[in-house]
Write a protein that binds this ligand. Sequence first.
Ligand code: K1U
Ligand code: ZN
Length: 173
Amino acid sequence: MTTRPILIHPDPRLKTVARPVDRVTPEIGQLAEDMLATMYAAPGIGLAAPQVGVLARLFVMDCVKDKETPARPMVLINPEITWTSEETATYEEGCLSIPEQYAEVTRPAKVRMRWLDLDGTTREEEFDGLWSTCAQHEFDHLNGRLFIDYLGPIKRQLITRRMQKLKREKARA
Ligand code: K1U
Ligand code: ZN
């Protein structure tokens, strides 16, 4: 299990629509394992393949926060949204590709998704609360959409400039 570097916005790979996974191969299993290791190490509650530079439609998440509840690492391959609630929820989101920047985003409060797991079995589940927010945030990554795309142009540009500065500083270090 290896951690992989996480791409920082702006990067064209984070704006690209990812391609479906043809077959759940051992390489996909290895990628999913590395993504979970990278997500837990960050730390984060989700991670999509484009964030580690792989333009394939899969993401991982584990939104269990309290220490008493066992971890629930999930791998969603070729996810589809099959239903969203009319009720909405607003959550202050962050993104591992946009470090230390947070903003409120309003999304459907509940979402139903269908996906393939690592055995190639089709799964379907309804998510709510943080799981729903995270699943929609990760699904957006597969379509080249970031949470800052929900903000107005001034806030979005401000955050993008901060990230450009961060990347310049990192390149110099
Ligand atoms: O996709 C990502 O960049 C991961 C992102 C997911 C996410 C966070 C908040 C709302 C929606 C989606 C993160 O994990 S940011 C880090 C984070 O939220 C966190 C880190 C440690 C403990 C708890 C949360
Ligand atoms: Zn993100």
